[in-house]
Design a protein around this ligand. Structure first.
Ligand code: G6P
Length: 612
């Protein structure tokens, strides 16, 4: 949430920052800004996208080789030019970009107001800029870095900040607590950013900052310490990111590209792990803790948004095959509700970004209560992946579309492998079924390809329903979470109100909504629930609802009964979520595009929610 990029070196800073901001725009896109050092610090800020900022600076002096930039997802104060970052302190001694939330900003602001400080924005960030300046001015001996440390010691909340001092324009000062920052190490130049995407084309060497780290970055060197001024050991890591992953290629949108990538990304997720020849599954990141997971009394899976939906599928699979009690919790609820946890519990966090604030907080709470904490993350080097004892990377590659697609299928792939692995270890699955499921999983990429080939037909269906105001999604068993995910996709990117429901619950409320205007998307492949879901379809039909059914290829019965069918290849029910979700992603995508929505950057949303 919000993107930060900073540069210090000999190159022109403006193109580096603008390109970096474009890469970061998926994190927030309501306003953008730059601070460039060029005989003083010059600020350029605009409401809107990075392209608006480019137009704004077209006739301005943008020289300089040190600077910071920011793309914002508003928390305090509406998106406008004034609230855009960077923020300067009252006497322009400091300029700062900030991700996160300063929770005690109101108290700090009141104190500063009493000391004569004035504020031009509604942001918590300007409070921090003024607080740094206040400490700086207390004594002529106080350096910019010391003032930053003093100010941060007063802050309650989360921050990833980069600061420029007017008196010490030869350095950037960055610090982190709760909001990610990564330092890129070049030759005679350094980069600092909220993720590696603006850095990848310049260097492969990075240092991920940990909470309470502070780094002073000069052109020729950097110093890493903590905010209490103690040295911190530097761990330089190799960046594992291809620049091509950050481009749309020939696709109109990142979301479509990412949907189309799924045959490959699912295969990447199980590559080297799923071993059909040897009838085995190897999850390298869990080997050391496998006995603890196998002996766990309970598994709790936490996540937010799409990751939470993947977690629900994990619950159904693990309970079915490994016979371990599983609970799935919204991280935002779990972290605050004082749950009962012990060292016999295993808490698995699922997060594409590995940076979601609620998930990190829930995880830390579980760790304090003694549970074994594990991560299923997509972003290598992310906070969750570093803070968990062990885990599994999903290997879906960079996901840029705000609405998650390929990360979801990768998460479900990992959870399916985990369920089967545990079942094998616990002896709760027969050899034959185990090997059937391993080969079923290995056929998924080819099957996903055939669904994607059907995408023009899905677009035709989208045309029929593009003007809907509401939509209902129904599913049963493993496909109930898929119905939730289908509804979320439609809601996120088309702004059509959509609800996902367990089909059996329909008669307890949602059926009241059914009339001849309501599209009802029913996930109805031929599985054990088929007859039951056919009954649900009949109940909707009897009330004149329009039904779009996701069906098994060749299902003539449902084809005659419903308005539109989206076919998926036949599969074992345990792997059906990986197929059934694809037409729902494409349906939401086409409806949103037909409605003229910005599918990659839907309004009010952000890809990585690093604030509460
Ligand atoms: C945001 C994104 C969603 C994502 C959720 C959880 O809301 O827009 O697509 O599912 O955060 O993110 P995570 O990175 O933890 O999976």
């Amino acid at each position: 949430m919000c993107g930060i990029v900073g540069y210090i070196g000999d190159k022109d800073v403006y193109p580096i920052l603008i390109k970096g901001l474009k890469r970061l725009e998926y994190r927030g896109y309501d306003s953008t800004g730059l601070a460039l050092c060029n005989n003083g610090i010059n600020l350029y800020k605009q409401k809107g996208k990075v392209s608006d900022l480019e137009a704004y600076v077209a006739d301005k002096d943008i020289n300089g080789s040190i600077g910071i930039g920011h793309t914002r997802w508003a928390t305090h104060g509406e998106p406008n030019d004034t609230n855009a970052h960077p923020h300067s302190s009252m006497k322009n001694k400091f300029s700062i970009v900030h991700n996160g939330i300063i929770e005690n900003y109101a108290d700090l602001k009141n104190d500063l107001l009493k000391k004569g400080y004035t504020f031009s924005s509604d942001t918590d960030t300007e409070v921090l800029a003024n607080l740094i300046e206040y400490f700086y001015e207390q004594d002529s001996e106080i350096t910019a870095e010391y003032a930053v440390r003093l100010a941060l010691s007063k802050v309650v909340g989360a921050y990833g900040i980069v600061v420029i001092s007017n008196d010490e324009q030869n350095k950037l000062i960055a610090a982190r607590k709760g909001s990610p920052l990564v330092l890129g190490i070049g030759k005679g130049e350094y980069f600092i950013a909220s993720d590696a995407s603006p850095i990848v084309e310049y260097t492969e060497h990075v240092v991920y900052l940990n909470d309470f780290d502070l780094v002073i970055i000069e052109k020729e060197s950097f110093t890493l310490k903590n905010i209490e001024n103690n040295p911190v050991s530097v761990k330089i890591q190799q960046l594992n990111l291809e620049i091509g992953e950050l481009d749309k290629g020939d696709f109109e949108h990142f979301m479509l590209k990412e949907i189309f990538e799924q045959p490959q990304t699912i295969a990447d997720t199980f590559r080297g792990r799923l071993r059909p020849g040897q009838q085995d599954i190897v999850l390298g990141g869990l080997i050391d803790v496998l006995p603890q997971i196998v002996n766990a009394e309970r598994i709790i899976i936490i996540g937010c948004g799409t990751s939470w939906h993947a977690a629900l599928i994990g619950e159904y699979l693990i309970e079915e095959y490994a016979r371990v009690p599983v609970e799935v919790e919204y991280a935002s609820e779990f972290r605050y509700r004082n749950p009962i946890l012990s060292e016999k519990d295993v808490v698995i966090s699922i997060s594409q970004s590995g940076e979601t604030a609620d998930t990190i907080a829930a995880l830390n709470m579980a760790k304090e209560k003694g549970a074994l904490i594990l991560g299923i993350c997509n972003v290598v080097g992310s906070t969750i992946s570093r803070e968990t004892k062990a885990g599994v990377y999903t290997h879906a590659g960079v996901e840029i579309g705000v609405a998650s697609t390929k990360a979801f299928s990768a998460q479900v792939t990992v959870l399916t492998m985990l369920a089967l692995k545990l079942a094998k270890e616990k002896n709760t699955i027969g050899e034959e079924l185990y090997s059937i499921l391993i080969s079923e999983l290995s056929t998924i990429p080819e099957k996903v390809k055939t669904i994607i080939l059907n995408h023009p037909q899905i677009k035709e269906v989208a045309k029929k329903y593009m003007n809907a105001i509401n939509a209902l999604y129904l599913g049963r068993g493993y496909l109930f979470p898929v119905a939730l995910e289908g509804a979320l996709k439609l809601k996120e990117i088309s702004y059509i109100h959509a609800e996902g429901y367990a089909a059996g619950e329909m008669k307890h409320g949602p059926i009241a909504l059914v009339d001849d205007n309501l599209p009802v998307v029913v996930v109805a492949p031929q599985d054990d629930y088929y007859e039951k879901i056919v009954s649900n379809i009949q109940e909707v039909k009897a009330r004149k609802g329009n039904i779009i059914a996701v069906v098994t290829e060749g299902d003539k019965r449902l084809k005659e009964m419903v308005d539109d069918v989206l076919e998926i290849p036949k599969s074992h029910p345990a792997v059906a979520p990986l197929l059934a979700v694809i037409p729902l992603q494409l349906l939401a995508y086409h409806i949103a595009v037909l409605r003229g929505c910005n599918v990659d950057q839907p309004r009010n949303l952000a890809k990585s929610v690093t604030v509460e």
